[in-house]
Design a protein around this ligand. Structure first.
Ligand code: NAD
Ligand code: UDX
Length: 455
């Protein structure tokens, strides 16, 4: 009764939302999402989904049980499906050749071998994970190793951002489908285009060769991260010159060639993608002997490390060069607002450095506290508190790590009253009304803007 049968291996931040939207928009397809992590699958089957993403609950509720299914039976899903998306994780390698830079493709290769073992009919295998350029060739070699059945490998990188995943999936700027340019490759390409054409205007569905698709994903993330490092580097200069980084960003961004988005100075970019994908780009460039290209992109990461370190240095310096035993409240731990994800969150770096200086930390976050506990497990001197007012009580400083909208609406007079004096506020996201906080009595340290102090 279903016109297409789709499986997705990997039920994470990409696999879950992506498949939920495909199922929602294509009720005539059967969509099965599978994972080796049985707990994750149980959570996807329950009312408490394993990830927080605005709008996700509603989409899952509409499609689950109708044409969207979550299961741990990976072989069965592979066997039954004609199209298999693979969205397993591709972290940075931590060992051996390329450690700290190259992508660790062991999960992907395991999946390719499992697809090969479990298949008894031709399949289209789609790279949804972000992979190094030329990975499709390796996958083809593994998948077509025994000639049992024919596999076509397609690159269909995902461009969603966490926190806006559902909107990004429903209204993508573009969908990219890369394939081999053989007759079979082009046929597979069309099959994948047809899925998205159910709700994405055709002119937004781009097709390309498979290598361009793989590389475009790495390059897009590198360009986005590069904008943040660029504005963050300017924020350091603003602090020395009394320029205001928000005013500079507005002036730069009104140039239509540059554009206004992704120019918010911050304590640094985090998330599971930017660092990993740039490291990967650097590694690939080096492996082709392109040293200058590698160094260029590596500098984007260097500035990000510099920005995080600079933020902590400012805190210590301004708090009279010692924070030993001082309570510091970290407002937010997620790598950005509207997600529970803390992977590579700048808050992890800041927390560790402050603890090294023997500060006492109170961490609060509306959605990411469970992950924060894991990230800081085993470290002494950290309280985890749901309530930001409790976190700030008795603190010498509040440091805003995540731009949660709710922090703007807090009763900052009340927070100020409950804190040690002088009370410091370090705004790592330029989220709050600094003039008002200063009037309340805080010594305020925005990013890339003059500090507002009382001494
Ligand atoms: P994730 O860690 O949230 O999810 C990956 C899932 O794959 C996990 O649940 C894991 O258990 C599962 N898995 C691993 N090996 C498996 C196997 N052999 N069989 C079955 N399941 C297996 O990762 P994610 O954030 O969803 O990212 C997945 C990929 O998508 C990565 O390559 C990432 O770079 C890319 N990507 C991520 C984002 C994002 O915003 N998170 C956006 C675009 C692209
Ligand atoms: C990113 C890409 O945006 C997305 O297209 C890709 O598919 C996955 O990687 P994500 O990491 O989920 O998405 O979030 P993003 O909105 O890009 O933010 C990444 C980091 O940059 C966050 O820590 C965010 O706070 C920071 N950021 C973003 C800034 O510091 N300043 C900005 O102007 C924008």
């Amino acid at each position: 009764m279903f016109s297409k049968k789709i499986a997705c291996i990997g039920a994470g931040y990409v696999g879950g939302p992506t498949m939920a939207v495909i199922a929602l928009k294509c009720p005539e397809y059967k969509v099965q999402v599978v994972d080796i992590n049985a707990d994750r699958i149980k959570a996807w089957q329950s009312d408490r989904l394993p990830i927080y993403e605005p709008g996700l609950d509603e989409v899952v509720r509409k499609a689950r049980g109708r044409n969207l299914f979550f299961s741990s039976d990976i072989d069965a899903a592979i066997r039954e499906s004609d199209i298999i998306f693979v969205s397993v994780n591709t972290p940075t390698k931590t060992f051996g050749e390329g450690a700290g830079r190259a992508a660790d493709l062991q999960y992907w290769e395991k999946v390719a071998r499992q697809i090969l073992r479990a298949s008894d009919s031709p399949k289209i295998v789609i790279e949804k994970s972000t992979l190094p350029v030329k990975t499709a060739r390796t996958m083809e070699q593994i998948l077509n190793a025994n000639g049992k059945v024919r596999f076509e490998v397609i690159s269909n990188p995902e461009f969603l951002a966490e926190g806006t995943a559902i909107t990004d999936l429903l209204h993508p700027d573009r969908v990219l489908v890369g394939s081999r340019e053989t007759p079979e490759g082009l046929r597979a390409r069309e099959e994948v285009v047809d899925i998205y054409a159910n709700w994405v205007p055709r002119e937004r569905i781009l097709t390309s060769n498979v290598w361009s698709a793989e590389l475009s994903k790495l390059a897009a993330n590198a360009f986005l991260a590069q904008r943040i490092s660029s504005i963050n580097s300017i924020s350091a200069l603003c602090e020395k010159t009394d320029a205001d980084v928000s005013e500079v960003a507005t002036a730069i961004g009104m140039d239509s060639r540059i554009g206004a988005r992704f120019l918010n100075a911050s304590v640094g970019f985090g998330g599971s993608c930017f660092k990993k994908d740039i490291l990967n780009l650097v590694y690939i460039s080096e492996s082709y002997g392109l040293e200058e290209v590698a160094r260029y992109w590596e500098s984007v990461l260097d500035i990000n490390e510099y920005q995080k370190a600079r933020f902590v240095r400012t805190m210590i310096h301004e708090m009279f060069n010692t924070i030993v035993a001082k309570r510091i409240a970290l407002f937010g731990f997620a790598f950005k607002a509207d997600t529970s994800d803390t992977r590579e969150s700048p808050a992890i770096h800041v927390a560790r450095k402050l603890l090294e200086e023997r500060a006492q930390l109170a961490v609060t976050d509306p959605k990411a506290l469970a992950n924060a506990r894991v990230d800081l497990a085993g470290l002494e001197g950290v309280d985890f508190l749901e309530d930001p007012y409790e976190a700030a009580r008795g603190a010498h400083a509040v440091a805003v790590m995540t731009e949660w909208e709710m922090y703007r609406g807090l009763d900052w007079e009340k927070i100020y009253e409950s804190m040690e004096k002088p009370a410091f506020l370090f705004d790592g996201r330029n989220l709050l009304d600094h003039a008002r906080l200063h009037r309340i009595g805080f010594n305020v340290y925005p990013l890339g803007k003059p500090a507002l102090k009382h001494f």
